[in-house]
Design a protein around this ligand. Structure first.
Ligand code: ACM
Ligand code: ZN
Length: 723
């Protein structure tokens, strides 16, 4: 039987969970991590490691937050973004403005009062607070775009102001008026009935009769778009989808598009028929090329392969949403689009190691990528902080190395791994969206999780805990130990089949840069150097040992599994094995990586930090406000990436593999925040990778971005607005 808690211990336990303090700095790290109920009554800060950043990122269990007495006029952007456990918030009595996405997806919030002093509620401030049942608005704040959208549980909305607060047509998007009781002061109903945004509580919002303007909506921009003669096609029709038998998957995707967009126009039995015809066309000159034609009474989509037809559908999807203010426009001009990609791999990399991404959320990331013709999902499955993939030969890996407490200052338990069955499901699901899944098993560095379980993988069989901070560890796989090769061989034997992609990423970064000593004092490594005739002592010997290890692993991958290895480029790693793919990632070193790729007849993926590290803040002060010293990667910087890096056509044809954006997750602590970091920069990246240079323009992109982001917001997806 457990001993009873003493009164003192009980008081302590309760006090650790329910605290009243002036500011966050008065609490110890563990108190923040344990806090369930907090009252802050001091002057709150909003920049850098502010009170709000600490509430959001450090108080991961927080259920109730009382700020009523706090001195705080502004709740900053993203203040409590995606804090799913938060059930109750009392806002500062004197608060004047609430920033964009401040309470985005606080799904457990039940009721809320917007205080009288409030003047401004930002874009998507309370969007996707799906559990919110009661909302009271005491004053008359301006309510921003999508500020109160996606409130699926809302039942009672009380507004005390006789004059309707200024709202946008999108403010209450997705709120079902048949379920919500709107209470307004007596005598002011008529004003509310006529006011923008509020009118939807009295009648279904009228369809705005939108006409699509194709040149203003597509991301990535197509290679060729021509408007053709004839009256615009009215889309209120009884649509049917016809498709070649080889296009069953695309037929389903087209039907989805009919159901989620075109059906909203509510055709009647008297509406004319419309046909969406999907066909293969072998005359098109690229496997991903497509042609889309809007004619007098239907839409024809052709591709050389099913992938091309799928991309035609994704283009149609964007045309239908027009300016994003409704899910479907009414009229589409006649047009012809001929399109094909500039590069064939357009990738996003996610990192479930530093922060685990639950399986369903990982899956959900795929269709959003596909909308913008991104076609590779790179899974960083192994690192110093966790091992996230089931290996049947070594169940200890996930049993002992997929769970840890904390990451840097965030003392939040993080655990989880993917079974092979789940990964097979992901691969099949992604294939329906023409997205391939590329696994990464890091070596010889960033391998602490495996070494934690099998110390004999590293020199001196050193025992190490899982890493709980970001950075680089000194422990590397020992290239002189046969167990290293046996282990990697067994891992790849299982995974080669789970991930049918022809590519496997082997990592290779930061195992000696900064310089590490792991191999220097190891007798086995010294013996191996002698056998290999490595005599240098200027640390180039480390890279030669790495080359030996890589060559053995690459040989196994090629000969046994038919896979093409990939790795992160490091300048000191001189030879890139022919046919492999190297990733140019380090700030300022892209040209060196390109020269190495060309000299070694290798292919190169462009993901230079200054353009493609989407885990970095998009503007100063944007999330993640507290990080390890990340530079800013602005939307414009991402857009301005030249995928050919000024090289000639030969380089582009022979060496350029594609473009990739990274989403390392040291500072991304919820699935919703992966989208926030990825978008809108992933849209810029998709255009970099897809569109020919002659159709790209930054100002034009910014214009086309608006309907795209609006459509994301309407669908409840978070993205950074710091542009
Ligand atoms: C990397 O960012 N360490 C490849
Ligand atoms: Zn060694």
């Amino acid at each position: 039987m457990k001993p009873l808690l003493t009164l003192a211990a009980l008081t302590l336990a309760v006090s650790m969970q329910a605290q009243k303090v002036g500011r966050m700095d008065e609490l110890q790290p563990q108190q923040k991590a344990d806090a369930l109920h907090l009252t802050l009554c001091g002057k709150l800060t909003i920049q850098g490691n502010s009170d709000f950043r600490q509430l959001r990122d450090l108080c991961w269990q927080l259920q109730t937050l009382d700020l009523s007495e706090a001195d705080c006029q502004r709740v900053p952007d993203n203040a409590l973004h995606s804090r799913a456990r938060l059930q109750e918030v009392v806002l500062p009595r004197g608060v004047r403005s609430i920033g964009s996405q401040a309470f985005f997806a606080c799904r457990s919030l039940r009721s809320l009062v917007l205080p009288r002093a409030l003047e401004e509620v930002g874009t998507m401030a309370f969007a996707q607070c799906e559990g919110l049942e009661e909302l009271t608005i005491e004053g008359a704040p301006r309510l921003g775009e999508f500020a109160l959208s996606g409130l699926g549980s809302l039942r009672r909305l009380r507004v005390l102001s006789a004059v309707p607060p200024q709202a946008c047509a999108s403010t209450f998007e997705g709120v079902d008026r048949r379920c919500v009781k709107l209470e307004v002061p007596e005598g002011s109903e008529e004003l509310y009935r006529r006011a923008e945004g509020w009118s939807r509580f009295y009648a279904e919002p009228a369809n705005p009769n939108l006409v699509c303007r194709p040149a203003e909506v597509l991301v990535p921009a197509p290679a060729s778009l021509q408007l053709t003669e004839g009256a615009p096609l009215s889309l209120r029709r009884r649509w049917t989808v016809e498709a070649d038998p080889a296009l069953d998957n695309e037929r389903e995707q087209a039907q989805l598009l009919v159901n989620t967009r075109l059906a909203l126009l509510q055709p009647t039995s008297r509406s004319p028929k419309g046909i969406i015809r999907l066909a293969l066309n072998p005359a098109l000159d690229d496997d991903e090329a497509y042609r889309l034609e809007v004619g007098a009474d239907g839409i024809r989509l052709e591709g050389r392969t099913p992938a091309g037809v799928f991309y035609a559908l994704m283009t149609l999807d964007q045309l239908l949403r027009a300016d994003g203010s409704s899910a479907c426009c009414e009229f589409m001009p006649r047009l012809m689009i001929d399109d094909a990609p500039r590069t064939h791999i357009r990738e996003l990399m996610v990192d479930p190691c530093r922060t685990f991404i639950p399986f369903e959320q990982l899956k959900a990331f795929v269709p959003e990528m596909a909308r913008y013709k991104l076609n590779a999902l790179h899974l960083h499955l192994v690192d110093d902080q966790a091992w996230r993939i089931e290996v049947k030969a070594y169940p200890q890996l996930t049993a002992q190395a997929s769970s840890r407490v904390g990451m840097d200052d965030m003392l939040r338990p993080d655990s989880g791994f993917y079974t092979q069955e789940q990964m097979r499901e992901l691969v099949a699901y992604a294939a329906r969206y023409h997205v391939q899944v590329v696994p990464e098993i890091e070596m010889p560095g960033h391998e602490v999780a495996a070494i934690h379980v099998f110390p004999q993988l590293t020199c001196h069989a050193k025992r190490v805990p899982l890493r709980t901070t970001c950075g680089v560890s000194d422990e590397l796989l020992c290239p002189a130990s046969e167990f290293t090769y046996e282990f990697l061989g067994n891992v790849f034997r299982e995974l080669a089949d789970v991930f049918p992609s022809p590519y496997v990423h082997l990592g290779g970064d930061e195992a000696g840069n900064p310089a590490l000593d792991c191999w220097t004092s190891c007798p086995a490594c010294q013996g191996l150097k002698q056998r290999l005739g490595i005599t240098t002592t200027d640390r180039s010997e480390n890279w030669k040992l790495q080359e030996y290890l890589f060559n053995r692993v690459i040989d196994t991958l090629r000969t046994k599994h038919g896979k093409t290895p990939m790795f992160w480029y490091e300048t000191d790693f001189k030879r890139i094995p022919k046919g492999c793919v190297t990733f140019a990632w380090r700030h300022g070193l892209t040209r060196a990586a390109i020269d190495a790729a060309v000299a070694n007849e290798a292919r190169i993926m462009l993901c230079p930090g200054e353009h493609c590290y989407l885990d970095y803040p998009m503007a100063p002060g944007d999330m993640p406000e507290v990080n390890w010293g990340m530079p800013v990667t602005s939307l414009k910087q991402t857009y301005e990436l030249d995928p050919a890096w000024g090289m000639d056509e030969t380089f582009e044809r022979q060496n350029l593999f594609g473009v990739a954006g990274t989403l390392w997750s040291e500072c991304i602590n919820s699935p919703e925040r992966i989208y926030y970091q990825a978008y809108p920069r992933a849209l810029a990246l998709s255009e970099v990778g897809w569109s020919p240079a002659r159709v790209r323009s930054w100002t034009d992109f910014c214009r086309r971005l608006k309907p795209t982001v609006r459509d994301m917001q309407r669908r409840g997806i978070s993205c950074s607005l710091a542009w």
